[in-house]
Each structure stands twice: as C-alpha cells, then as structure tokens.
Design a protein around this ligand. Structure first.
Ligand code: ZN
Length: 272
C-alpha cells in the first residue's frame, strides 16, 4: 500500500544530508514523498561571484532545492517562507523561523499534513541535530504539527551519535576538516544509538543522494573557506556509499528493541 510521507526540514540542503536516501527509497517504492522546508536558507554562506545579477541567495537556494527534490522523486516541494535564523539566531530579513510562534507554525504544517492525508511525518530529534536554532524549531513545530493533525507515524530524523563520534575520531587522523568545522560539537548532537528505532539501508540510493547534495552547489562554494558539503562531495564514490548508506530515525512512541528497523513504514504496515 502506498503511503504519503511528509519530510520537514529547516533549510534547503538539510534534506540532502539527513534524509535523501530514505526519500529516494520511499519514492522508488511508490510512496508519495512531500518535501517541506521552513526557510529558503537566505543566511547561508555563498561565494560572492556565484549569484546572477539581481538573484538573491534565497532564490538560488530554492531553485537548488527543487533540483534536489526532483532527483529524490518528490511529488511536491513546499517552502513555508520563514526567514533563516542563521547559526547565531540573529537571522536575516523578516520573521525568523526560530523566533516563530510554535502553535502558529505547527498549525500551518498540520494543515498541509491534513491536506496531503499524510500517513507519516519526519521532523528532527530534540537536539536539533547539531543545535542550529532553526533545527531545534523543526523539532518543536514538527512534533506539535503531528499531534494537531493526528498523523499516524511520526519519526525524528537523526544520526547515530556513537557511530558519528567514532567515525569523526578516525577520519580526523586521515582528513583535513574545513576550518569552521568543529567535531566536538557532535558530542551532544543527534541521538545516542540506544534511542534509535530505525536504521534505513539506502546504499542503493547513494547515487541519488550524491546528486541531491550536488544540486546545492551554492552551499559547496564559499569565499576563502571550504564547506562541509564540498568536503563530503569529494569523498570517492565507493566510500560515499559506505559513509552515507544508512539513515537513522527515532519513532515517537516506539521503544527501541533489539536491531533497529530497516522499513520506515513498519508500524503502519503492522496496523493493516
Ligand atoms: Zn539547516
């Protein structure tokens, strides 16, 4: 039975890093995948010669988001239109997403969930991944929207923190991280392995995940500094599949037991 999956992210490019493989897998299995981003990402870094005359960073990033969504087989892409808060929470022009009223933002997302008759919603873990104010707000708003809409299956996209911190220690010996990349941030980021309910195998979709990342070209370039995304894209293909071949989720209301589930929709299928 095909399901409708709504995946809620903070900024264009978050979907590429966190859930692209799962989205590509779900769409290829015949499910309807709807990508929602809170902001168009107007505070991201960008190379000064990257934009065309008169083009804003938000416009460029929205176009990149649509290319990424196409690569992942999304049926619909929605930009809620809040201003990007920036990592320091100071934000750009207009009301920032991090400063938005949770009830109001959740009501807007819930309306979309009802309109789409969404079976499943993905938002973020309580740590907001690595703690960006907009990512923390995705957790608060996503959680509340799922309640308001009565969505049957609600999951938090995350990363296995134990795996991440171990891998970072190893990679640090072999690889030069961009100067703005601080690996110690990840000691409290995402979710511990003990909390994870789903580990989705997306190795078959690594190519599409890479295309999704590459679509966000503005985030892979910046004046005088290497970017995290650019660093990821330099990982050779066979290794890329290994590094990005799994995606992790915490299902709300499910106690992790034994081996994490590979099927994102296992709970829904169990109810049939
Ligand atoms: Zn983000």
């Amino acid at each position: 039975m095909p399901y409708t999956l709504v995946v809620f992210h903070a900024h264009p490019d978050d979907e590429a890093l966190l859930t692209a493989g799962t989205m590509a897998r779900a769409s290829s299995e015949g499910h309807r995948v709807v990508l929602v981003v809170a902001t168009a990402g107007g505070v991201g870094l960008v190379s000064s010669d990257f934009l065309s005359d008169g083009e804003s960073l938000a416009q460029r990033r929205t176009a990149e988001l649509r290319r990424s969504a196409t690569a992942l087989g999304c049926a619909r892409t929605v930009v809620l239109g809040y201003a990007d808060s920036g990592l320091d929470g100071q934000g750009g022009v207009g009301p920032t997403f991090a400063g938005a009223d949770v009830e109001e933002a959740a009501a807007a997302l819930a309306q979309l969930l009802v309109q789409e008759r969404a079976d499943a919603l993905v938002h973020y873990d309580p740590a907001g991944g690595y703690g960006h104010p907009d990512h923390l707000q995705v957790h608060r708003v996503g959680r509340r929207a799922g309640e308001l809409a009565g969505t049957a299956l609600v999951l938090q996209a995350t990363v296995d923190r134990d795996l991440l911190t171990g891998a970072l220690r190893l990679v640090r010996r072999l690889y030069r991280f961009p100067p703005e990349f601080d690996p110690t941030v990840f000691d409290r980021a995402y979710s511990p392995r003990s909390a994870i309910t789903h580990r989705v195998d997306v190795r078959r979709f690594a190519v599409r995940k890479r295309v999704s990342m590459a679509a966000h070209a503005s985030q892979a370039t910046a004046d005088g500094a290497d970017r995290t995304l650019a660093a990821f894209l330099r990982i050779p293909s066979p290794l890329f599949g290994w590094v990005f071949g799994r995606e992790w989720f915490v299902e709300q209301g499910r106690t992790p037991a034994g081996r994490p589930l590979d099927d994102l929709f296992a709970t829904l299928r169990g109810r049939q």
